[in-house]
Design a protein around this ligand. Structure first.
Ligand code: NAP
Length: 521
């Protein structure tokens, strides 16, 4: 039987009861490991994290915690090769795709180490300017942010076992809040291994970092006031969490990153021979194929002026024709597997559903897989859909197929394009392609209310741009409405979620004394 991965709770490695759930290689079907959270004393685990972890972290202050993040970076760097091995086996990703998860995580922790160092040896932040409350100004109000004295529970999706952990843990640990992570079961191995390496290195205090692999049963019941939950996953699970008795009863702060139907928009003035057109085509293909389209930020809808619909279909289809799919261990393979056969079935179902309202413009599924058995491997080929009537093809604005699938659609004028994009009802990211900087800025502001991030691409920054789907720690990650309404990252803004805000009303000398210590956020 495959090894049963232990959980790290209450400062100890503990095996769950029973045979557990098996983790598979999505390409070969081989059994890799097992996980079980059955029988864990969750109340004790949470209490240990709050008391031991929280107290120790708060005693450090921001700058020392930033130093701790720097040490975490070194540990993760030192074990990178092992992480790549786990990713290829458990996530079925190519080296380039694994890098987004692994090196993306290390980069993000490194950024927070840098930003955190500037906060100094203190444990509270000022927010905004002070306000005079009385007529003579002697009585004043100042908002402060202090670390919450609870635990940060992370419930993560399967697609980014590494980045999903660290993009949340870096700001939480910097804020002085202990972390309990429950990775998605299918790919829990990588997160569990990273926690094991970091705890073995002895650089985080006891109780500051715990990992629970396997079922989520009982986790939410353990929540208390001042705890926070950060969730990434489907809208259905998000709804369950929001409605959970403990979350409601204790007013537990919850951040949700859910699914979304992100768009790419080519502005009306672009021609088929323009650089903007080429940039949109390249990015659409990249977004469909990176991590086999299993990215919450992936482009699901591609909007082009009516006159360019055929040219765009041809150009995207031609590039997709060059994408080899199969076993990521073969160096000629450009796109690896989906995360599991269950996801493979879900993608097939999604493709079948889209077929009812959209045309297939490109379908790579008749090409043989490289080094992979189609009856076993969770390898799905890219499929480009198109609809000439996007107003009535409601499904393309509603259904997220979490795989290498996207839909091309024509628009009449900018207002029509903006209205179509808004039918996503709130998304993580939209990218806009064009050369007219005023038109780009106008479209960006028009779409800013319904997106957490607007990625504006003009020829001048074609080489330097960071990519539609790449989540940079400097920028906000999260989106309104359907995307979950969450906010992560965005530089030091991320600390807000892990702090409590309070207004201190006092005489000027007391407010002066506050200001002597903390940093102004
Ligand atoms: P999921 O089924 O909702 O699972 C997400 C996490 O929730 C997993 O850890 C899962 O554990 C756990 N979970 C399931 N039921 C739960 C419950 N009743 N209470 C508490 N936790 C529970 O989502 P998924 O299939 O892993 O992820 C795919 C979806 O996530 C896609 O729709 C994608 O768009 C979205 N996503 C969004 C973002 C973003 O940043 N916005 C990023 C990545 C993915 P088990 O694995 O043990 O079931």
């Amino acid at each position: 039987m495959a090894e049963l991965l232990k959980n790290f709770v209450s400062g100890e490695w503990v095996a769950g009861h029973g045979p557990g759930t098996v983790l598979h290689d999505p390409v070969t079907g081989a059994e890799l490991a097992r996980v079980s959270s059955d029988g864990l004393d969750l109340a004790d685990a949470f209490s240990f994290a709050r008391t031991m972890g929280g107290t120790a972290l708060r005693a450090l202050g921001y700058a020392k915690r930033a130093g701790m993040l720097g040490e975490i970076v070194k540990v993760l760097q030192g074990n990178r090769d092992a992480y790549y091995d786990i990713a290829i086996a458990n996530s079925g990703t190519t080296r380039n795709d694994s890098a987004i998860d692994i090196d993306g995580a290390i980069f993000t922790v490194g950024q927070y180490a840098k930003w955190g160092a500037a906060l100094g040896e203190r444990n509270a932040l000022l927010e905004g300017a002070r306000a005079k409350l009385g007529k003579d100004g002697a009585f004043q109000s100042q908002h402060v942010l202090v670390p919450t004295r609870g635990v940060a529970l992370f419930i993560n999706a399967f697609n980014f076992p590494s980045w999903g952990l660290w993009e949340k843990a870096a700001p939480a640990l910097l804020a002085g809040v202990p972390v309990i992570v429950k990775p998605a079961t299918a790919t829990a191995w990588l997160a569990q291994r990273m926690v094991a390496d970091v705890t073995a290195a002895g650089i985080v205090p006891h109780g500051a970092l715990s990992v629970i692999c396997g079922s989520s049963r009982g986790l939410l019941d353990a929540l208390k006031p001042f705890d926070v939950v950060s969730f990434t996953g489907s809208a259905d699970t998000a709804a369950t969490i929001r409605e959970h008795r403990a979350v409601v009863a204790h007013s537990v702060r919850v951040n949700i990153e859910a699914d979304s139907i992100n768009s790419a928009l080519l502005l009306p003035d672009a021609g088929a021979d323009s650089e903007a057109f080429g940039l949109l085509v390249r990015e659409a293909v990249r977004e469909m194929t990176v991590k086999s389209g299993q990215k919450c930020t992936a482009i699901r809808r591609i909007l082009v002026p009516q006159s360019l619909y055929d040219a765009a279909a041809q150009a995207i289809g031609a590039k997709l024709g060059g994408v080899t799919v199969g076993n990521p261990r073969n160096e000629t393979v450009r796109m690896g597997a989906l995360v599991s056969r269950t996801q493979y079935d879900a993608v097939r179902e999604g493709v079948a559903a889209l077929r009812a309202q959209a045309d297939v413009l490109y379908d790579g599924s008749n090409r043989p897989l490289v080094d992979a058995d189609p009856d076993i491997a969770a390898c799905a080929a890219p499929v480009l859909f198109g609809t000439r009537d996007p107003d009535h093809a409601e499904i393309v604005h509603r259904v997220e197929v979490f795989g290498p699938v996207s839909t091309l659609m024509p628009y009449r004028d900018l207002d029509h394009a903006l209205a179509l994009i808004r039918r996503g009802e709130g998304s993580l990211v939209v990218s806009i392609y064009g050369a007219d900087t005023r038109a780009l800025a106008h479209a960006a502001l028009e779409l800013a209310d319904s997106h957490g991030r607007v990625h504006v691409i003009s020829p001048a920054i074609a080489q330097q741009q960071t990519g539609h789907g790449n989540v940079m720690p400097h920028s906000l990650h999260g989106g309104p409405g359907r995307a979950g309404g969450g906010e992560e990252l965005g530089g030091l803004r991320a600390l807000g979620f892990y702090h409590r805000r309070a207004a201190i009303q006092a005489e000027t000398a007391v407010v002066d004394a506050l200001a002597a210590a903390p940093f102004v956020l």
